[in-house]
Write a protein that binds this ligand. Structure first.
Ligand code: SF4
Ligand code: SF4
Length: 191
């Protein structure tokens, strides 16, 4: 059954209309003068000159995590591509060089024009091999094929861009915990 919403009774001043217009203008002009006299109070960004500072857990462009020796953590299990509702992950497996690990991806492409940034691939991964925490959320290019990102593009990241508390990132080559992690990895205890 439809719900009848009562119309508010207008006062004579509201019915005059001009009083409400002046109230609105006062508010608008007040905000304009405040931001003109002190631009730091602006709540909008001068984009694209000023880029937004996104939180670390914002779902942005993907990266592939690395083992301490620099190889991808991915074991080419296809769980992410199976979970992906947009079917935009393409993986081709090959035999891994390390006898502790069965497979690794020879090809790992993601079509960002199909991706809906749902994060299901990250959730599905059993070995923390794919993340969406690069803060690269503004992607611009001039051809469709340039939005298909490859394995090597996703492996190209720097541990210094990630917090010290992010142990997996810091254990990758160039990270603060890499030396120790690499020794453990090479001795076979860090697999
Ligand atoms: S974020 Fe979602 S749509 Fe994009 S690759 Fe991952 S699972 Fe697929
Ligand atoms: S990224 Fe994770 S889920 Fe996807 S194939 Fe590699 S190991 Fe499996």
């Amino acid at each position: 059954m439809a719900k009848v919403v009562a119309r508010p009774e207008l006062t004579w001043a509201e019915r005059l209309y001009f009083v409400e217009i002046f109230k609105g203008m006062k508010l608008t002009i007040g905000h304009a003068l405040k931001t003109l006299s002190n631009p730091d109070t602006l709540t909008t960004l001068v984009y694209p000159e000023v880029q937004p500072d996104l939180p670390q857990d914002y779902r942005s462009r993907h990266r592939l995590m690395k083992r301490p020796d620099g190889d991808p953590r991915c074991v080419a299990c296809y769980m992410c591509s199976t979970a992906c509702p947009a079917r935009c992950i393409e993986i081709e497996a090959e035999e891994a060089g390390d006898h502790h690990i069965e497979k690794r991806p020879a090809v790992f492409n993601i079509d960002l024009l199909l991706c809906i940034y749902c994060g299901m691939c990250v959730e599905a991964c059993p070995c923390d091999a794919i993340r969406m925490d690069t803060k690269k959320a503004i992607l611009v290019d001039d051809a469709r094929h340039k939005f298909i990102i490859s394995r090597d593009q996703m492996l190209d990241w720097d541990p210094s861009d990630y917090p010290d508390t992010d142990v997996t990132s810091q254990e990758a080559p160039g990270g603060k915990l890499n030396e120790e992690a690499r020794k453990a990895f090479e001795s076979g205890t860090g697999h």
